[in-house]
Design a protein around this ligand. Structure first.
Ligand SMILES: [Mg+2]
Ligand SMILES: [Zn+2]
Length: 211
């Protein structure tokens, strides 16, 4: 059976959410309420980013240095090798930012991986803004993963999705098998939806090999 893999980036490939970590480290007070409103679905990704950016006191170089300290799941490379060895496709889908993803993938020698996410615009005076080239009819996500899964799965017969958070809820709706942890796991359980719990890509690999 031809399979295709989709994985979230923040908190799934990386051990912590890079946007949350940047906000907690560099934003002036007031961000907590904005994040809370986003979690409640009262602000969408674009609105929440545009409210948080003016509070962020960091320039792009500092941001990059900070991102380079964020570790990834040590077993992710094994997972990438497994997918490659079977000549299957793997896509990274993120409602975070290309700047963060590119920085971290490059550091880990993984910049050949294909990703779809929001664009972090950096103006000449180093102000940030968000661009959402993968927005869809969903009014919550900046990058709606459901539309991307449907588009990118092409002729694959089985869609496997790996994620952890609120922004994965949409993507999972178009998947056949969902690996989840943290918020996403609780959400799927509460809704009575099928879900495979995992903590690292080693677990995902293990389960796939026993399926
Ligand atoms: Mg995540
Ligand atoms: Zn969505």
């Amino acid at each position: 059976m031809k399979r295709v893999f989709f994985t979230d980036f923040d908190g799934t490939i990386t051990k912590i959410d890079t946007t949350d970590a940047m906000t907690e480290t560099f934003a002036q007070n007031g961000w907590q309420e904005i994040i809370y409103q986003w979690e409640q679905g009262k602000l969408n990704t674009r609105q929440s980013a545009q409210l948080i950016f003016p509070l962020l006191k960091v320039n792009p170089d500092e941001a990059k240095r900070f991102l380079l300290t964020i570790p990834i799941d040590e077993t992710f490379q094994d997972f990438v090798n497994y997918v490659n060895s079977r000549q299957e496709k793997l896509y990274i889908l993120s409602d975070g930012f290309d700047f963060n993803i590119k920085t971290i993938l490059e550091k880990n020698g993984l910049n050949h991986l294909e990703f779809y996410t929001n664009h972090l615009l950096i103006s000449k005076n180093e102000q940030f803004d968000i661009e959402t080239p993968h927005a869809s009819t969903c009014d919550r996500c900046g990058t709606c993963k459901k539309t991307l899964v449907q588009k990118l799965k092409a002729d694959a017969e089985e869609v496997i999705y790996i994620g952890d958070g609120i922004s994965d809820v949409c993507g999972c709706q178009a998947a056949d098998i969902v690996f989840a942890k943290n918020y996403l796991l609780q959400y799927r359980k509460k809704q009575g939806l099928p879900v495979q719990p995992y903590t690292s890509f080693a677990d995902v690999l293990n389960k796939l090999q026993n399926m």
